[in-house]
Design a protein. Structure first.
Length: 263
């Protein structure tokens, strides 16, 4: 599997491809995303902070399921509810390993950010604790800015490494390490198209927030972002994967999926 640099305009084309896939079966997409959010809410309610940690481990498997659904639509078959959990059937161990690696990476980054921010700033962020010492406030503000910059710098490589990794694991049978390495290289080789994609996605978020900003319609903006925009973005990422990585006949890819399902 080789990385293929793509044209600048591809970033916008991926969004359009995502809209097309969403329009093929919007109701099922809404149900899938609704189920995904229900899983997050349930884990957070039952296990509190530990629920979020569990979800980070499960997340690549659930993402892979949505992208398997994208492949099904591409092949002319129906998007089904069962697709959401297909990743646990096709490549459970590598995807869960990827989730665990992502969790460890995020915990390490959080530890570094906490160290940079200092006790006063972290107490304020986590517990809402305040201090009346002006010197401590100024120092905490400076530390928070440094921590924010460090967090962005440290998170970018991790995001690049896991961006395409679930797709490479489930469709190309790569190990988590190989998938993360190739995903990072792919993002680095296609920075401009990905920047256009992210910018376009941000503009769509702003548009979806307009009902809230102009009329206070929180539910409408929430629904647009979570049940319309998110499916479009997931399908767009699948389109970007196809453009950057896929060089084989789609039938051969389908045979790989079927072979994995029969194992």
């Amino acid at each position: 599997m080789k990385v293929k640099p793509v044209g600048t305009r591809q970033g916008l084309q991926w969004i359009l491809n995502g809209v097309y896939q969403f329009r093929q079966n919007p109701l099922v997409w809404i149900i899938l995303c609704g189920t995904l959010y229900a899983i997050i809410a349930t884990l957070s309610f039952v296990l509190e902070l530990y629920g979020l940690l569990v979800f980070i481990i499960l997340f690549p498997s659930l993402q892979a399921g949505l992208w398997i659904g994208c492949r099904a639509l591409e092949q002319g078959t129906k998007l089904q509810f069962s697709h959401l959990f297909a990743g646990f059937k096709i490549s459970p161990v590598p995807l869960l390993t990827l989730g665990a690696i992502s969790l460890v990476g995020q915990l390490l980054i959080f530890g570094i950010i906490s160290t940079i921010a200092g006790d006063v700033a972290m107490d304020y962020v986590i517990e809402g604790a305040r201090t009346n010492d002006e010197t401590e406030v100024i120092k905490a503000s400076d530390n928070m800015l440094s921590a924010l910059i460090a967090g962005v710098i440290l998170h970018l490589p991790l995001i690049m490494a896991v961006w395409f990794a679930p797709l490479l694991i489930v469709f190309d049978k790569m190990t988590p390490y190989a998938a993360m390495r190739l995903s990072f290289i792919a993002c680095l080789s296609n920075l401009i198209p990905l920047q256009i994609f992210i910018t376009s996605a941000f503009l769509l978020v702003v548009i979806a927030l307009l009902p809230y900003m102009l009329f206070g319609l929180v539910s409408l903006s929430f629904g647009l972002i979570n049940f319309a925009l998110m499916p479009i973005l997931y399908a767009s990422v699948y389109a970007s994967y196809k453009a950057i990585f896929i060089n084989e006949d789609p039938k051969e890819e389908t045979q790989k999926i079927h072979a994995s399902e029969n194992e």
